[in-house]
Design a protein around this ligand. Structure first.
Ligand SMILES: *[C@@H]1O[C@H](CO)[C@@H](O)[C@H](O)[C@H]1NC(C)=O
Ligand SMILES: *[C@@H]1O[C@H](CO)[C@@H](O)[C@H](O)[C@H]1NC(C)=O
Length: 263
């Protein structure tokens, strides 16, 4: 009898433990658990990752991704996370200095890992803010051309997003380099490898939406930002381009970042 009760008690505790684990796993599954990176470009890229000031770094802050390759990074399990991803191109290690650097979007660390450093513009940025796990809140994400363009990219939630509003892909799939105004081009030989934003190129308050132009009402599109917007309608083409460029989702397990996505 005693032995029987003990056995039942043990089974009950195990059941409670199992339910607790299932609950915890279930709670975790509501928040994004990883980022997946696919290089659909015909050339290699070196992915850069930068966490926001109040977010923990990911396990890798920069890595090589061969043409056609896919790789993933775990999202932090503790709290909300925000940060940026981008592609570096034309990277090599200098034989004499041992220093690693890239023709576009270099992070200046001298290493494949960016170690807390952001990219030098021009760069296409994937920007993402994940809701805190279990909060049921929204994730925010966008593709930004505010610091120019180097590589087409798309960020899209995947996993079970059925029943959610939003959750569509944010992308700049068009090749802005091909339509880049001549005064904004970054050349490698005769090839256009990146396209500066007008703010990068001229630094004026008007193009940078700063100073007297530091409000949405005072800083509309310009003839330059319209070139970016025409090529990439769902990406940020200047600082206050929010209406058509911010995306939200809840319940996505994975965010897929694709470089050179199909149009
Ligand atoms: C996907 O999520 C919806 C809404 O939360 C749920 O009803 C459905 O069962 C889920 N499907 C799968 C395959 O998990
Ligand atoms: C934009 O306008 C400025 C002056 O108004 C002009 O100098 C420049 O060439 C124009 N650029 C484009 C891409 O239209």
């Amino acid at each position: 009898m005693d032995a029987g009760s003990n056995g039942t008690g043990t089974r009950l505790s195990l059941l409670v433990l199992h339910l607790t684990i299932l609950f915890l796993l279930g709670g975790g599954a509501e928040a994004a658990t990883s980022f997946s990176f696919t290089n659909a470009c015909a050339h290699p890229v070196w992915v850069g990752a930068l966490n926001g000031a109040t977010s923990p770094p990911l396990s890798h802050t920069g890595f090589y991704l061969a043409s056609g390759a896919t790789s993933s990074l775990a999202a932090p399990s503790s709290g909300a996370w925000s940060g940026n991803f981008w592609a570096r191109t034309g990277c090599a290690t200098d034989a004499s200095t041992g220093r690693f650097s890239c023709a576009t979007a270099d992070c200046g660390s001298g290493d494949v890992a960016c170690n807390g450093r952001g990219p030098a513009p021009p760069v296409t940025l994937a920007e993402i803010t994940l809701a805190a796990p279990g909060s049921g809140g929204l994730d925010f994400y966008d593709v930004s051309l505010v610091d120019g363009f180097n590589v087409p990219l798309r960020i899209a939630p995947s996993g079970n997003t059925s029943g959610n509003n939003g959750c569509s892909a944010a992308a700049c799939a068009g090749d802005v380099n091909a339509v880049c105004p001549s005064d904004l081009r970054v050349l490698s030989g005769s090839a256009v490898v990146a396209c500066k934003s007008a703010c990068n190129a001229y630094g004026s308050a008007r193009y940078c939406c700063s100073g007297d132009y530091g409000t949405p009402a005072a800083c509309g599109p310009t003839n330059y930002s319209q070139v970016f917007k025409a090529a990439c309608p769902t990406a940020y083409s200047y600082a206050y381009d929010d209406a058509s460029s911010t995306f939200t989702c809840s319940g996505a397990a994975v965010y897929d970042v694709t470089f050179c996505p199909a149009n």
